[in-house]
Design a protein around this ligand. Structure first.
Ligand code: ATP
Length: 323
């Protein structure tokens, strides 16, 4: 039975299911390491139509448990995700429970579609989905802004998974300003059957810069032309502006990514870029038809490819819940 935003299962337990998107960084500039070990960044985040799903179901007592399964083009088995308190969705539920008088026990069932350790913020999407699902289940009644403040403690990418769309991220990526971009852009994602550790990619970038004598700006800034092209939905104009400071480091750690970038460009992609810390690669297409063509061509090379579009919505309660 559906009642408001929750569903009552056959067992009588109440349940809420939330979808939250993965992201690509259309542009990512990285500053030098700060004293706290983080790096200042300037990034244009784009939420894409590849969603994680978290179903939160009330359980007796006050425990928090989790199960994880994988769907679609997941790069690694879902059982590589921890099921203890280090799981970001569990940490999200714990943080929300601390400030929710109506809290109950909860079981979180995660369906992963976003590549794991793939540079697309999948774990952050799980955390954002768990925050929204538990808020609805427990009647906590927090606004999006209040949830975003809680989200910052879970990771720099979690606030963006809550809001979705297109946004400029400054600071460590947590200072978000929504940007207008209504016309969808079409992309083809290519996953690799491994993950890259985000901290290791940042450390590699620092080592490359030291080696090459490069001194980055302490707080990099966004090129306004990128936002102009996104506002206009101008894929051709955006193509030469895609930029990722982490790309060289990802390529040093995983040289095979260079071949994938070359293959996509040879098949007619407008441009290709490593997404965040990688290893997922995002190719920009002219249209949905062009993306479908490119996906089929990449498939013939034995690559794991999927077409997506963005901007996609942020964490949202699913209303098509069958029970
Ligand atoms: P980042 O957000 O750091 O760029 P990423 O997008 O490359 O990371 P994620 O899939 O978010 O990659 O995973 C990063 C790490 O977080 C992995 O080591 C993973 O095991 C761990 N992790 C913890 N909880 C989760 C979760 N619910 N889903 C995915 N990964 C999780």
């Amino acid at each position: 039975m559906v009642s408001g935003r929750t569903v009552v299962m056959r067992s009588g337990a109440r349940s809420v299911r939330v979808r939250a998107p993965g992201k690509i960084n259309v542009s990512l500039q990285v500053g030098p390491p700060r004293e706290d070990g983080y790096h200042g960044i300037a990034s244009v985040f784009l939420a894409v139509s590849l969603y994680e799903e978290v179903t939160a179901t009330e359980t007796p007592g006050d425990g928090i448990s989790v199960t994880v399964n994988g769907k679609g083009m997941l790069n690694l088995p879902a059982d590589t995700i921890p099921l203890d308190r280090t799981n970001l969705a569990v940490r999200a539920a714990e943080l929300l429970a601390e400030v929710s008088p109506g809290r109950t026990g909860v079981h979180l069932d995660i369906t992963k579609r976003v590549p794991i350790s793939g540079g697309m913020g999948g774990g952050s999407a799980d955390a954002a989905a768990a925050l929204l699902a538990c808020d609805a289940l427990w009647g906590s009644g927090f606004s999006r802004d209040e949830l975003a403040k809680i989200a910052i403690d879970l990771g720099a990418d979690v606030p963006f998974a809550l809001v979705g769309g297109t946004a400029v991220g400054l600071g460590v990526g947590d200072q978000l300003t929504p940007a207008i971009s209504k016309t969808p852009l079409h992309w083809v994602l290519v996953t690799s059957a491994y993950g890259l550790s985000t901290p290791e990619v940042y450390r590699t970038l620092d080592a490359i810069r030291l080696r090459d004598g490069v001194e980055p700006d302490a707080q990099p800034e966004i090129d306004p032309a990128i936002l102009g092209a996104m506002r206009a939905g101008d894929a051709l104009g955006l193509a030469p502006l895609l930029h990722n400071d982490l790309q060289q480091a990802s390529l040093e750690l995983a040289p095979a990514l260079g071949d994938i970038l070359d293959t996509g460009k040879a098949f007619g992609a407008l441009a290709g870029i490593v997404s965040g810390s990688g290893p997922t690669i995002a190719f920009l297409a002219r249209s949905s038809g062009h993306a479908a063509e490119l996906e089929a061509l990449l498939d013939t090379e034995g690559l794991q490819a999927a077409s997506v579009h963005g901007p996609a919505h942020g964490a949202r309660i699913a209303t098509d819940f069958a029970g």
